[in-house]
Design a protein around this ligand. Structure first.
Ligand SMILES: O=C(CO)COP(=O)(O)O
Length: 251
């Protein structure tokens, strides 16, 4: 995958039974040649649907991805899935460090970094999530928090094609609230600067997605903000019409 096209990725979270594959089929149908030229699409379903969707995606160029992975490649880790298993099921991407994992499972920056390394080891691309809580934003700590999360969560020695960063303010996830465009621009510019400091000039080409209540109604504005190179979409990625309409902001 080249880093030149923006990426709109859907995170289905813990949603989707077998019947949801039909919705994915509508996404495959709607992702025509014109849209493909302008934007890359990925869908991260629950792991139970990964293989089914990856088979349906053959020829469509919609990528599929996992929502988390273990650090180890294999072994005695009941209930866990390795990045190698996700790769075997057809994944191209794996989300790591989503705020719901950080909160529900106490994942630290160090663990997220180890998971990102595991994703790279399996030959896949990690989508590393960072973002401040409502209290942190109120205390004007947003830039410091994302800087600390970036420093602790990102793997070393990667090129711009190997890594995606997603800025997801925790308070904007599933709430219908979004930061102002100026606020998003400020954080994304800051992240870009940190990626440059860490990886040099190629770091500026790492795609930085915005996530948190992205909808068809706000996609054009959000995706037009400088240094926003795509979106990580939760609720609105469950319906093909909404997901494609968000991607169409690039049409
Ligand atoms: O958490 C998100 C994507 O990872 C965003 O979720 P919503 O789009 O439902 O706010």
């Amino acid at each position: 995958m080249t880093a030149s096209r923006p990426l709109v990725a859907g995170n289905w979270k813990m949603n989707g039974l077998k019947a949801a594959a039909a919705e994915f089929g509508r996404m495959v149908e709607g992702y025509g040649p014109e849209m493909r030229k302008k934007v890359e699409l990925a869908v991260c379903p629950p792991a139970t649907l990964l293989y089914t969707l990856s088979v349906m995606a053959i020829g469509s160029r919609i990528a599929v991805g996992g929502q988390d992975c273990a650090v180890a490649a294999a072994g005695a880790h009941t209930g866990d899935l390795s990045a190698e298993m996700l790769a075997d099921a057809g994944a191209a991407y794996v989300i790591v460090g989503h705020s719901e994992r950080r909160t529900d499972h106490g994942e630290s920056d160090g663990l997220v970094r180890a998971k990102a390394q595991a994703v790279l080891r399996a030959g896949l691309t990690p989508i590393v999530c960072i973002g401040e809580t409502e209290a942190e934003r109120r205390n004007n700590e947003t830039l410091a928090i994302v800087e600390r999360q970036l420093a602790g969560s990102l793997p070393d020695g990667v090129g711009p094609e190997d890594l995606v960063v997603a800025y997801e303010p925790v308070w904007a996830i599933g709430t219908g609230l979004t930061p102002s465009s100026d606020d998003i621009a400020e954080v994304h510019a800051h992240i870009t600067g940190r990626l440059f400091a860490r990886f040099g000039e190629p770091g500026e080409r790492i795609r930085i997605l915005y996530g948190g209540s992205v909808k068809p109604a706000n996609a054009k504005e959000i995706l037009g903000i400088p240094h926003v190179s795509g979106a990580l979409v939760g609720g609105a990625s469950l319906k093909a019409a909404d997901f494609l309409s968000i991607a169409a902001a690039y049409a």
